[in-house]
Design a protein around this ligand. Structure first.
Ligand code: DAT
Ligand code: MG
Length: 132
């Protein structure tokens, strides 16, 4: 069994797609073992997106992620770290296949609905960051 950190972004909440995305996660057979709505601030986003702080799009990313509440979740299941990334599809919606969350629902490479950890190490660090 693995666990991963999943976060529904402000565009997902604002568009009323929380249920749609959670349904897909549950239908896949993964279990949501913790969930809460949060408002993020700049310090936690600088930490969470530390690999991107020098990108020119970083300020827009932070503004977007603070534009409304997010839904933070711990998701558990066999091979769920890579499995959730497959369910999500790639970062840029233009490359995301129909049938994936981003392929079906995302509007751009920033407004892309959902975050999911990309490795076992980041999953544990992100769960600690958002759930303590
Ligand atoms: P992912 O969210 O697929 O793990 P990432 O960790 O590389 O992708 O980037 C985190 C977020 O930053 C991503 O979901 C949206 C934003 N982002 C990444 N690349 C971008 C780009 N080229 N232009 C605008 N936003 C970008
Ligand atoms: Mg990432």
């Amino acid at each position: 069994m693995e666990r991963t950190y999943i976060m529904l972004k402000p565009d997902c909440v604002e568009r009323g797609l929380i249920g749609e995305v959670i349904s897909r996660i549950e239908r896949k057979g993964y279990q949501i073992t913790a969930m809460k709505m949060m408002h993020l601030d700049e310090p936690i986003l600088r930490e969470h997106y530390s690999h991107l702080v020098n990108e020119d799009f970083f300020p827009l990313l932070v503004d977007f992620m603070m534009s409304g509440p997010v839904v933070a979740m711990i998701v558990e299941g066999e091979d769920c770290i890579a499995g959730m990334r497959r369910l999500m599809g790639p970062t840029n919606n233009a490359n995301a296949a129909p049938g994936t969350i981003r392929g079906d629902l995302a509007c751009s490479n920033r407004l892309n609905i959902i975050h999911g950890s990309d490795s076992p190490e980041t999953a544990e660090a992100e769960i600690k960051r958002f759930f303590g």
